[in-house]
Design a protein around this ligand. Structure first.
Ligand code: SAH
Ligand code: SF4
Length: 361
């Protein structure tokens, strides 16, 4: 039965090789990797470079499974949101944000979040559990299936970028995130370069160092406030790792330079953090860090107590940062109509029958 077989998705190359070495099966790790992650095959029978006998043995013991797509929604602006269900019934949401000729996949790393940033809908959801590496990679596999991007295209990919900005705090699930990213970055498989991957953190300072040293992906930091007093409230992990410590970790982040800046995310909350004085203080705070800003208009959700800053206030804020030499685009909200925009994800909210799910990217 399927649930008794091991899912190969999410095993690192080393783990696959170990399975082979332990004689569990005459596994050919390199070929399997190619079929699973370069070609996207889910059926051992299609692995024509392996003998028929080996294919049958593999099918007996293993599966190459995706999370179940419980629902697929498409926004007016063409963003897609998938509600995905794992074997134990837990669910997360994954969002694809297409541009003209490329696009970013926004991946979740936890079911819910242990942190409770009061402007974020995910923060209202109790953490159920961390995702396993295979469940993180599985989100990419589902998106690749939907966009028909198998085998891994050389160039011209719609699924060109990955942002770890979905549900959860990626640096609280570091081991699984690291294994998943190594699989996704592997040049003989999915092959998304580390330069096209951005990990967003609320500021888990010790893990920022490990992330930089071991993975080298782009870093985005959810700053959202210029004083510890306000940040303690908006991003409660600040009480443990205050702004000065966070910025020190950013200053040391390897690879950060003029061509590879650290992104500071700043949610625009009306009357809370959006004054010209805040903008000027922000420029002083990040001085010396190769930085750019991402101004995120607050995305509303049922029960939220905040409001989005008015367009004029956001433009003024952006201009002050620009005048100080920083890129600071106001991010156009995407997928608001399907509750797919930043901070709107929450998995328990929707439970639909599998029959209603339709892939539509
Ligand atoms: N936990 C990580 C990554 C997920 S959140 C983090 O906090 O960085 C991705 C981004 O969306 C973060 O910058 C987060 O602060 C922001 N965000 C959360 N809720 C939001 C909302 N309602 N409107 C706009 N941005 C929001
Ligand atoms: Fe968690 Fe990030 Fe939402 Fe804060 S903003 S509750 S860290 S997902």
């Amino acid at each position: 039965m399927a649930h008794q077989r091991t899912n190969l998705i999410g095993l690192s190359r080393e783990e696959l090789a170990r399975l082979a070495a332990a004689g569990a099966t005459p596994l050919r790790a390199k070929q399997l990797w190619h079929w699973m992650y370069y070609r996207g095959v889910t059926d051992f029978a299609a692995m024509t470079t392996l003998s028929k006998r080996l294919r049958a043995t593999l099918a007996d013991r293993f599966v190459i499974a995706r999370p179940e797509v419980r629902q697929a929604l498409v926004s007016k602006d063409r963003s897609c949101k998938w509600l995905l269900r794992f074997a134990d019934g837990n669910e997360v949401e994954t969002v694809f944000i297409p541009e003209e000729d490329r696009g970013a996949l926004c991946i979740s790393t936890q079911v819910g979040c242990t942190l409770t940033c009061p402007f974020c809908r995910t923060g209202t959801q109790r953490l159920v559990r961390n995702l396993a590496a295979g469940e993180i990679v599985g989100q990419m596999m589902v998106a690749r299936d939907a966009c028909a991007e198998w085998p891994s295209p050389e160039g011209g990919r719609m699924l060109s970028n990955i942002v770890l900005m979905g549900m959860g705090e990626p640096l609280f699930n570091y081991e699984a995130v690291a294994t998943a990213l190594r699989i996704i970055m592997d040049g003989e498989g999915i092959a998304v370069s580390k330069r096209r991957i951005t990990l967003s953190t609320s500021g888990v300072v010790p893990m920022i160092r490990r992330c930089g040293a071991e993975l080298g992906v782009n870093l985005a930091v959810s700053l959202h406030a210029v004083s510890d007093e306000l940040r303690d409230e908006l991003v409660p992990i600040n009480r443990k790792y205050p702004i000065a410590e966070l910025l020190a970790a950013c200053r040391e982040y390897p690879g950060a330079g003029n061509t590879r800046r650290i992104t500071f995310e700043y949610v625009m909350l009306k009357g809370v953090n959006d004054s010209p004085a805040d903008a000027r203080a922000l420029t002083r705070l990040v001085r010396g860090i190769p930085a750019k800003f991402n101004l995120i208009p607050f995305n509303p959700w049922p029960g939220a107590v905040y409001q989005c800053s008015p367009p004029g206030a956001m433009k003024r804020f952006s201009r002050i940062l620009n005048d100080a030499g920083y890129a600071a685009p106001i991010r156009a909200p995407r997928g608001r109509d399907i509750m797919a925009a930043c901070g709107q994800l929450r998995s328990q909210s929707m439970r639909v029958r599998a029959a209603e799910a339709s892939m539509a990217c």
